[in-house]
Design a binder for this molecule. Structure first.
Ligand SMILES: *Cc1c(COP(=O)(O)O)cnc(C)c1O
Length: 351
């Protein structure tokens, strides 16, 4: 949900005229100052940011090359990615004309495999921050070292890597060339925004591939209201008491866990997720498994997800390998009671 201060900033932006390119430059300068990186750009979401990042790494600032995309003849257009980092969002790279080149196996990726894949046609190396949780993932430090040894930029998709708030500075601090965050996830900016951070030359090139310019990113328009809304959201995020947010989530998880432990047939644990697709991993969860008695009458984690979703109000949860995950991230204080109530109804109807 968007804070009233963000809505105010958007409303103010709606009542004036502005040169859009200049707004992107100035807002980017302000954001880069706040986030202690070289440059920043507001994009129409992290996925749009990936497309613009890809375009920048392939075509730079040359107007003929910018106009040619997504046709990449004569351009470096390969994006090298560890196999364990492939994900549904990387289609955004191909949207701009990029080609994916996978390296490594499901078990491991060695620095020599990365080195061997880099060549004349390499536009950038992609690093999907969620996959860093996997044992098979190469560390970002190694990827940066090898890629930079060849003068090749590294793009980090960190769209859902907040909290912790330090991540806003961490990846650029470690030397990543371009980093993408979603503006509509934990930052709670306008839903359709994203944040690109990184090297001045690449961020300005990315801007030329996006709106209002006539380029491959022109359909990824970001309105002036959203730009100002995201700026305000980032300011608020940096002022926020993240320790307090964490304590609220811990309390909610504790209450849900305690209440549901008393329900016959439910196995309840609390803790932190350890696999990808459970971002952000720093937020505690309730993990619920369903005993044989419940399963016999058709109640398992997947069915619980369906029932929670179809209730009023609908509750969004996730099932993974037979375990129901409850994530307090988007709960207002007190809303955990709704979840306790619904899950009691589902697991112990009539009690
Ligand atoms: C959510 C997400 C995106 C897309 O972000 P949007 O801001 O919705 O465009 C990209 N990559 C990853 C890893 C994500 O989790």
């Amino acid at each position: 949900m968007v804070a009233p201060e963000v809505m105010e900033a958007m409303e103010e932006a709606a009542s004036g005229f502005v040169d859009l390119d200049r707004l992107l430059i100035e807002s980017g300068r302000h954001l880069a100052g706040l986030l202690e990186c070289e440059a920043a750009l507001v994009t129409a979401g992290a996925a749009a940011g990936l497309s613009l990042a890809a375009a920048a790494c392939m075509a730079g600032t040359d107007p003929a090359r910018i106009a040619a995309l997504p046709d990449t003849r004569g351009l470096r257009d390969e994006f090298v990615i560890p196999r364990t980092h492939r994900n549904p969002y990387d289609q955004a790279i191909r949207t701009a004309g990029g080609r994916m080149v996978e390296i490594g196996s499901a078990i491991d990726t060695s620095p020599w495999e990365l080195k061997a894949a880099l060549g004349e046609d390499t536009a950038a190396v992609l690093f999907f921050a969620q996959s860093a949780l996997l044992e098979a993932s190469p560390p970002l430090r190694t990827v940066l070292e090898v890629a930079h040894g060849r003068g090749i930029p590294v793009i980090v998709d960190a769209a859902a890597e907040l909290p912790p708030a330090d991540n806003l500075r961490r990846f650029t601090g470690e030397g990543a060339d371009l980093v993408l965050f979603s503006g509509g996830k934990d930052l709670r900016g306008p839903q359709g925004t994203g944040l690109m951070l990184g090297r001045e030359d690449l961020v300005s090139a990315a801007r030329l591939h996006g709106p209002p310019h006539h380029a491959v990113g022109r359909p990824m328009k970001v309105d002036k209201e959203s730009v100002m809304g995201l700026v305000r959201a980032v300011e608020l995020y940096l002022e926020e008491d993240h320790g307090e947010r964490k304590r609220v989530w811990e309390g909610q998880v504790e209450r849900i866990g305690r209440a549901l432990s008393a329900v016959e047939g439910l196995g309840v644990e609390t803790g932190h997720p350890v696999q990808p697709y459970c971002q952000p991993a720093v937020i505690p969860r309730v993990f619920i498994s369903f005993g044989p008695g419940l399963r016999q009458r058709g109640l398992n984690a997947a069915e619980a997800v369906r029932l929670l979703r179809s209730g009023d109000p609908p509750v969004a949860a996730m099932s993974r390998r037979g375990v129901l995950h409850i994530n307090p991230h988007m709960l207002e204080p007190g809303e955990e009671e709704i979840i306790i109530h619904r899950l009691r109804e589902i697991a112990a109807p009539g009690k």
